[in-house]
Write a protein that binds this ligand. Structure first.
Ligand SMILES: NC(=O)C1=CN([C@@H]2O[C@H](COP(=O)(O)OP(=O)(O)OC[C@H]3O[C@@H](n4cnc5c(N)ncnc54)[C@H](OP(=O)(O)O)[C@@H]3O)[C@@H](O)[C@H]2O)C=CC1
Ligand SMILES: O=C1CO[C@H](CO)[C@@H](O)[C@@H]1O
Length: 276
């Protein structure tokens, strides 16, 4: 088990179980250094988005690294104001140009924009068929959005990336996705570092001589959830993924369940201000 450990996606391709998120890593030097250091540490999965404004730096760091492109899993996403069939295709081309790549490993519909996400997804299907995205998926989809999408989708989404951390365990989304063989990916997996002092996390951290962040990442890893903790600091990047030398017991996993508090740090997908 290592940062190279992958999970199988429903189209037969593989995704590294742990990646680096780069939301709020500033365009230019900050994101460049963050991706560079992560690759040096062995990360092989980077999660960006057109919204983050930093695809250029991600692409440049990958291009300049010694790691072959095909060994790195790159995700990007189509933002809400780029949705619609033609606009999505154009947005994808722009993402590829910024990334300086001829394909991405995963392209996601960032949010289920009402009235638009199905058409947007059709553009993703075409991009997938053209081989320019090795896999396609969604983000911030509630079960009812997935149900609607699956009525007409010809290519099943491989993942649903949702806010998921100990205080928001997303049981309903996980059950739906498990049933449909869609992997769940956690955004804000560390709860944005806002409650590392939680007593259960502290207790488990003391038990294993680990940090609360490591307990969280290990919990996601053992739960079969893809996780993409963000840090622009190399020491934290190293720390967050130093999770392969211990195992949470069933009792520990049950203790983790007690942290769930329906504490959403971002918007609920049904209440998000889509501006449409
Ligand atoms: N699909 C979607 O709608 C969304 C997707 N995402 C994706 O998910 C990724 C992760 O989510 P994100 O919102 O970044 O939140 P995270 O839960 O990953 O937390 C990131 C925050 O925690 C800090 N941090 C990281 N490691 C440590 C540590 N060991 N000790 C103390 N602080 C730490 C980081 O600061 P620092 O960098 O200074 O170390 C940063 O402020 C994003 O980067 C993005 O790729 C995020 C939001 C929405
Ligand atoms: O990826 C994202 C980063 O965070 C933003 C603000 O919370 C989200 O809206 C967006 O989905």
């Amino acid at each position: 088990m290592s940062l190279r450990t992958t999970r199988k996606l429903n189209n037969g391709t593989e995704i590294p179980a742990i990646g680096l998120g780069v939301y709020k890593a500033e365009a230019g030097e900050e994101v460049y250094q963050a991706v560079k250091s992560a690759l040096e540490l062995g990360y092989r999965h980077i999660d960006t988005a057109s919204l983050y404004g930093n695809e250029e730096g991600v692409g440049q760091a990958i291009k300049d690294s010694d790691v072959p492109r095909e060994e790195i899993f790159v995700t990007t996403k189509v933002w809400n104001d780029e949705q619609g069939y033609e606009k999505t295709k154009a947005a994808f081309t722009h993402s590829l140009e910024r990334l300086q790549m001829d394909y991405v490993d995963l392209y996601l519909v960032h949010w289920p924009v009402p009235g638009k996400f199905k058409e947007t997804y059709q553009a993703l299907e075409e991009i997938y068929r053209d081989g320019k995205a090795k896999a396609i998926g969604v983000s911030n989809f509630e079960p009812h959005h997935l149900e609607e999408l699956l009525e007409t989708a010809e290519v099943k989404p491989v993942v649903n990336q949702v806010e998921l951390h100990p205080q928001l365990q997303q049981q309903a989304v996980r059950e739906f996705c498990d049933k449909h063989n869609i992997l769940v990916e956690a955004w804000a997996p560390l709860g944005k570092a806002r409650y590392f002092d939680h007593e259960v996390l502290q207790k488990l951290a003391n038990k294993y001589n680990k940090k609360p962040s490591q307990i969280i990442v290990r919990w996601q890893y053992q739960s079969g959830i893809i996780t993409i903790p963000k840090s622009v600091h190399k020491e934290r990047q190293r720390e967050n993924v130093d999770i392969f030398d211990f195992e949470l017991t069933e009792q520990d996993m049950n203790a983790m369940k007690t942290i769930d508090a329906n504490n959403r740090l971002g918007a609920h997908p049904d209440e998000f201000d889509y501006g449409v």
